[in-house]
Design a protein around this ligand. Sequence first.
Ligand SMILES: *[C@@H]1O[C@H](CO)[C@@H](O)[C@H](O)[C@H]1NC(C)=O
Length: 283
Amino acid sequence: MNKQLIILSLLLIASFTTAQGQQQQQQQPPPNCVQNASPQQGNCVCNPGYWGTNANHGGSCTQCTSNTWSAPGATNTGPSVTAVSACSACAPGYYVTVQGSSSTSPTCTPCGTNSSPAQPQAGSSVQKVSSCNSCMPGYYMTQTANTATGSEAAAQCSACDKSAGATPSAPPQAVGDLSQCDACQPGYFMTTAANVSSKAAAICSKCPSNSGSQQQTKVGDVSVCKCFDPFALPLGAGQQTCACKSSSETPMQAPGGAAGCSAPSFGQLISLSLAIISFIVLI
Ligand SMILES: *[C@@H]1O[C@H](CO)[C@@H](O)[C@H](O)[C@H]1NC(C)=O
């Protein structure tokens, strides 16, 4: 065998193992987050409505009290974060009746009638009940908010359906019927679209355990649900539950949770490379 062929083979092997190594790095499982936290850009951050000084393994995330709320990110997770600094807004379904400050939390009062401000309100200014001009997830509007001075009232909202999961795809701004419930909430997939002529809501099915989905606006199947474990077998027609390749392993139970399914081992990659070397050398 000539030298050139051997050099060529070695180059091929080197590029193959490098590519495999890079792929494995990209497939690293997310960091091990505490309960009520989620991975965000390689780190763990407390979920909306929670706060903590450390959301990685060993830390904790505490729920905002008295219906206050926090946005996820640097404002609700970090060494200098406190309950008051993080929980400076009102939770969905509540509006600000007494403003907060750097040392006190705002007072958050229920909107009622299943309504909510379109976005969680910052506690820095007092609002009227008519700012509850949208509906909670899973509800559609049956009466708009009344902004007339002296007779302010929140919007009135009705449940999308008896079957869970349906929700308007955008916050309803106008009075409508059940067909406004044309999307499925995160954690569901759509089996039947909403029907405007029969005034029917979309029909949604829950994702399997240990998986989740984004809000769905189109009919789909279980494959829109993604297992929390990056190494679990992908969901689809032939795989209706989250499982690992090895039946002795249990998939990750929450986004960023404790490791479940193991990654393809490096040993397997080395032996594959050796097989390719022998193949190339023998030809
Ligand atoms: C919507 O409902 C109407 C009336 O029940 C029915 O005739 C029609 O086929 C439905 N449309 C779809 C797309 O299912």
